[in-house]
Design a protein. Structure first.
Length: 191
């Protein structure tokens, strides 16, 4: 049986391209397992479900080495486990099967896993440096979720809360008590 695995790291990323590539390799849509989960972890729910379903003689198709895992250890451990269980590993990026008994195949696979980890580390480093630069050069830099804008609705809620309790304001305006408190705090701090 032929299976496919697609993965993206962020919830805003799209799996469509990988799924299309897997279908192009003859993987039936019902045999494609996909998830939005970081590749630095081995215990990804959809991967675990697929891995437990695989049997000797099956094939699992990945689009790229870094879809298996972002760290060398994770990717190598997964592929070694699959090969030991008699499962063939096909990587579209390599245009072929992983063959670790062939010294060139082993070298190419190991090189690509090292490059995937290096690429991940570079991204993390660039983000870290960007934040550090922004902290020192941008007085308005704020890490995390941006503050909500004070809308006309928030102003009305605030005005209502001046003459009523937080709980009464929440009931009357259809928001939670904590939202009323946050609005009051935000408007007071902006004055």
């Amino acid at each position: 049986m032929k299976y496919g695995y697609a993965r993206v790291s962020g919830t805003s990323q799209d799996l469509a391209e990988q799924i299309s590539e897997l279908k192009g390799q003859g993987v039936d849509k019902s045999h494609i397992y996909s998830e939005k989960f970081t590749g630095t972890k081995e215990n990804r729910p959809k991967w675990q479900a697929l891995s437990s379903k695989l049997h000797n003689g099956d094939t699992v198709v990945f689009t790229k080495v870094d879809r298996i895992g972002r760290s060398v250890k994770v990717a190598v451990d997964i592929v070694d486990d699959l090969l030991e269980r008699g499962i063939k590993v096909y990587i579209i990026q390599l245009n072929g099967y992983v063959n670790k008994s062939d010294m060139m195949g082993k070298m190419l696979f190991n090189f690509l896993t090292v490059m995937a980890e290096f690429e991940h580390d570079m991204i993390v480093d660039r983000l870290k440096r960007g934040k550090e630069y922004a902290k020192t050069h941008n007085p308005n830099f704020h890490q995390g979720r941006p503050k909500r804008r004070i809308t006309d609705r928030y102003k009305r809620i605030y005005e209502y809360s001046l003459d009523h309790s937080i709980h009464d304001t929440a009931i009357a305006t259809g928001v939670s008590d904590s939202t009323v408190k946050r609005i009051k705090r935000q408007i007071r701090n902006s004055k």
